[in-house]
Design a protein around this ligand. Sequence first.
Ligand code: AMP
Ligand code: MG
Length: 342
Amino acid sequence: MKTLLLNPVKNPDALGQAAALLRAGEVVGMPTETVYGLAANALNPDAVKKIFEAKGRPQDNPLIVHIADVEQLQGLVRTVPETARQLAAAFWPGPLTMILPKADCIPDVVSAGLDTVGIRLPSHPVARALIRECGLPLAAPSANLSGRPSTTTSRHVRLDLGGKIPAIVEGGPCAVGVESTVISLIGQTPRLLRPGGVSLEQLEKILGKVDIDRALREQIGDDVQVSAPGMKYRHYAPDIPVTVVCGDPERTAAYITRHASLMAGIICFSECAFQFDLHERRIIGAAEDVQTQARCIFDALRAFDPVYVDEIWAQCPSDEGLGLAVANRLKKAAGFQIVNVV
Ligand code: AMP
Ligand code: MG
């Protein structure tokens, strides 16, 4: 299959062509402010199945449904709790997914058989224009091969899915760079299922207490029931083993210098980069600049070539603000192989 690259800046009909493919039950790579998504009509199970096929995604991993306007929420969920209204007013359009009781129109293949559905209203103008143009809610997981790091440029999407999907819409590099925060509004206390573009601190300002799912902190075994099934899988993983080193930046850099092989690839903060001059290295931003780290992290995880690099060592930001999401992606890429330097 030839994969079209549809660029709305160069081609006024790009969104029209992408919308026609989506209405015809095809899948399309779509930019969002978090990561690129692989979109299909959320109300058409046959279309949604093509997402799972193209990505090689396990069937028990549910998809997020993307809408362009808050009014679209009504038809897709059974109830909209007051907390959801408050969060929508504060963070939509933006990188927040809310888990709500699903309406009957959401097919099982989208929710992976759960009684709930994740909904997000992205802020990327191309994503919203595309959703409006086709007039459909779009189910879209990240547009990477399952298990690989998420895609934050159209080039990443082409490398993973080129030849397997009919089109990718160009939208530039993703401004946030890590996926949406996922919060469950099912049950008494809101529960953070995945840290992302909206921080835990921001959520707590609106919601008060927020529970944190244990899958965020540790590797969950295959036999364990989890609330967000995707979280038990090894994710974001390059083809090379990764070790994440947490702690004060100077100390983590010193630890990595002592332990990394000469063939190691290093993911490091800009202040520490000079210590790794002899290594293949990717700088993800200053130690305190978690925004830049979020934008760079998936590209960094994709950057190393197994021909030249036999292991990856990464400095890890602290858990504050967006740092929680960056640290979570790194730890998952490492299969929770973590060193805490004190
Ligand atoms: P992706 O779009 O690839 O980032 O994956 C979406 C993730 O959102 C899944 O792996 C789940 O962790 C989470 N998710 C989506 N829908 C639900 C749901 N109904 N209940 C719990 N978690 C969900
Ligand atoms: Mg994903």
